[in-house]
Write a protein that binds this ligand. Structure first.
Ligand SMILES: NC(=O)c1ccc[n+]([C@@H]2O[C@H](COP(=O)([O-])OP(=O)(O)OC[C@H]3O[C@@H](n4cnc5c(N)ncnc54)[C@H](OP(=O)(O)O)[C@@H]3O)[C@@H](O)[C@H]2O)c1
Length: 329
């Protein structure tokens, strides 16, 4: 049985990747900062959880002993330039070196659509610049003559699925607020289903020989291009908010969007939107069509309109008093 080490396996996409790998009969090890973060994936029968500081290169190198392939899904969406550098550039460098040292055959690295390995500095945000530099670092390390590690980079657009922090957040906000002030309302995305991304990771791992070389970088995008405004409206429609009409969306000019993002940054917990997120949306998050997509792996990608209603309709507040209040709106 092949042994796969999954970094970031406790996250939104990672949990689906672990399920797919388990179903396909792989032995899966998931490295996490806190073992309790992995409680929702413990049911995968072939899965082992390793509590590990993956930023410690020695510990990481040790964890890769006897591993056939590594999947890297570790990322942050918010933070300082230094934090992005640490997680998106320095960590991939450590992962790349540890893979090469251990003779790990395959490395699948999840980057992001909009990352630009040829010209990292042209990317519009810290998130995308660091993602770009992370790709370059991995290509350089795994491209060395002594390297037996073959790298595949997967660049997804925004990912939707039952536990997403995207359509679910838009729905949640519209349940609470009477209007939706929205910056970058016309920014475009090509949302991709989390199950398709997870299947993409599995298929990348199953590539062999010339096929690996033929597909060094893939884009993971869905079949439709949608604006941010239409995504907010669809989230409301599928959740039945305001009888499916949702809340009025008020497009904010850039400067106002920045003020909103700065204020949100001071709220407790993960911010809904940061200035860096706004910067990322300066370029549309859609495929230019120059790189292969998930179709090159034999995947027929699902549309958001077909999948999202099935999970957005099941709002946890659909029971008891909250439901009565919701129906009365
Ligand atoms: N979700 C999307 O819409 C989207 C879109 C484009 C690209 N992507 C990319 O897809 C990948 C997976 O995204 P996701 O949404 O599944 O992310 P996620 O849910 O936020 O999970 C991130 C994972 O990274 C680990 N992690 C976070 N910060 C870390 C740190 N400082 N040090 C070490 N580990 C850390 C966490 O593991 P522990 O807490 O267990 O240690 C967690 O399992 C990422 O590369 C992301 O950039 C996602």
């Amino acid at each position: 049985m092949k042994h796969i080490l999954v970094l970031g396996g406790t996250g939104f996409v990672g949990a689906h990747v672990c399920e797919k790998l388990g179903q396909a009969g792989y032995r899966v090890s998931v490295a996490t900062r806190k073992a309790r973060n992995a409680s929702h994936i413990q049911h995968v029968p072939t899965l082992t959880v390793l509590e590990l500081d993956i930023h410690n290169e020695q510990a990481l190198t040790q964890a890769m002993q006897g591993v056939d392939a590594v999947v890297n899904l570790v990322a942050i969406l918010h933070g300082s330039a230094a934090a992005f550098e640490r997680v998106h550039v320095e960590l991939p460098q450590k992962i790349g070196r540890a893979c090469v040292k251990n003779g790990v055959k395959r490395l699948v690295h999840i980057s992001a659509l909009g990352a630009h390995a040829a010209h990292p500095e042209t990317a519009p945000s810290n998130y995308l610049r660091s993602k770009s530099r992370g790709e370059v670092a991995l290509q350089t390390i795994t491209g060395q003559s002594q390297s037996a590690t073959q790298l595949t980079v997967l660049r997804p657009s925004v990912i939707f699925g039952a536990q997403d922090q995207f359509l679910n957040v838009f729905a949640k906000l519209q349940r609470v607020f009477p209007v939706m002030p929205l910056a970058c309302a016309s920014a475009k995305f090509q949302p991709v289903w989390v199950e398709d991304v997870a299947l993409g990771v599995l298929r990348c791992l199953q590539l062999s020989g010339a096929a690996v070389k033929a597909l060094p970088v893939l884009e993971a995008v869905g079949p439709h291009v949608l604006t941010l405004k239409s995504l907010v409206q669809l989230a409301a429609r599928f959740s039945g908010i305001g009888q499916g009409r949702g809340r009025p969306v008020i497009g904010l000019p850039r400067w106002m969007g920045k003020i909103q993002a700065v204020i949100l940054g001071f709220m407790p917990g993960e911010p809904v939107m940061s200035v860096d997120n706004l910067d990322s949306m300066r370029i549309d998050n859609v495929s230019a069509g120059a790189l292969p997509g998930l179709q090159a792996l034999g995947i027929q990608v699902a549309s958001l309109v077909a999948v999202a209603p099935s999970y957005l309709l099941h709002d946890p507040s659909d029971q008891g008093l909250l439901a009565i209040r919701k129906r009365s709106r």
